[in-house]
Design a binder for this molecule. Structure first.
Ligand code: NAD
Length: 301
């Protein structure tokens, strides 16, 4: 394996290289694709939503063409191991080598619940399939190739939900992505690999994540669509407002670009949320029960 090559990604060296982005039809993934094309990279955009993916590919191809690069789209359900393996095969076939892999596709599920026990098993499975298994499938499909040439970087999209406690499938998936990303960072350093990895933990970002149900597979359809309670409606409205007033996906794409070229592990988009983690760490270190009255997201007591 060429994992001990002295190569390090550098900003002017992204030009002419290749990035693969999952969940690239919308939101942050689409912004990453634009940003990498602007840096002169070939970009493979993949997503489950076909018409929107086509639009995104046209947009990114136009940016790439100005820089002598290309874009292509591959319909991929990241929950399907074989489909992600096929994505890797098609990307390598077209461009010879993949350098940057953004495991970014994600869904919110029903984080908006009335109380314990109200998340359906189907929802647990769907969200973990996409948000966690999607990342694992990305590692399985691309890591051997990256390790082989040694000139690559993985960006896994987790969330600040991967640091805050929460009894939801979304929280479980994002904690797991944080954990396996940090574990892979250690493994790569331990073997002296030049392959890098970053873990993106966004706060609120203005995307279409609140409309994730548009991609819910048939098998995961709710058995019965109960009218949401007033409390759920109210919480949903707050979340939509927070997303709408969140950071722009293009800002986040700049942070991702910089993390790749600087080989930085953590990518945080909201440092005030990071500061709000301190009470939890203090409680753990002092072996105290969780501070259930603390709102970790907004920092209110
Ligand atoms: N928006 C936020 O505030 C926020 C905060 C933290 C983390 N995130 C994470 O950011 C990532 C990107 O989401 P976004 O906010 O840009 O939302 P988005 O809905 O705008 O984009 C998500 C994309 O993933 C695609 N997708 C869904 N299921 C898929 C599947 N099975 N296979 C392939 N693609 C699939 C969607 O079609 C969509 O294009 C997600 O992992 C999300 O959990 C978002």
């Amino acid at each position: 394996m060429g994992a001990r090559s002295p190569y390090r990604c550098a900003v002017d060296q992204l030009e002419g290289r290749t990035a693969v982005v999952t969940g690239a039809a919308s939101g942050m993934g689409r912004a990453f694709a634009r940003r990498f094309a602007t840096a002169g990279m070939n970009v493979v955009l993949s997503d489950v939503e076909e018409p929107v993916l086509d639009e995104a590919v046209d947009e990114v191809a136009a940016i790439a063409a100005d820089r002598n690069a290309e874009a292509m789209g591959v319909i991929t359900d990241v929950a399907d191991e074989q489909a992600v393996a096929e994505l890797a095969a098609q990307s390598i076939d077209r461009f010879g080598r993949v350098n940057v892999v953004c495991n970014n596709a994600g869904v919110a599920g029903t984080g908006l619940v009335d109380g314990p026990g109200s998340i359906s098993t189907k929802d647990w499975k769907w969200v973990l399939d996409v948000n966690l298994w999607g990342v694992i499938h990305g590692h399985q499909a691309f890591l051997p190739h990256l390790l082989d040439h040694g000139d690559g970087h993985i960006v896994n999209t987790a969330s600040m939900a991967g640091h805050f406690p929460g009894h939801s499938a979304y929280t479980a998936s994002k904690w797991a992505v944080v954990g396996i990303s940090e574990g892979l960072f250690t493994q790569l350093k331990t073997i002296g690999s030049t392959v890098g990895i970053s873990c993106l933990c966004p706060g609120w970002v203005n995307t279409n994540i609140a409309e994730s149900a548009r991609n819910r597979p048939e098998w995961a359809a709710p058995d019965a669509l109960a009218e949401p309670s007033a409390a759920v409606e109210a919480r949903f409205a707050v979340i939509r407002d927070q997303l709408a007033s969140g950071r722009s996906p293009d800002d986040v794409a700049d942070l991702v670009h910089d993390a790749v070229v600087n080989d930085s592990f953590w990518i945080f988009t909201d440092l005030s949320m990071v500061a709000n983690l301190r009470p939890r760490f203090d409680a753990v270190l002092e072996n105290r029960n969780p501070d259930w009255n603390h709102n970790f997201v907004d920092g209110d007591d």
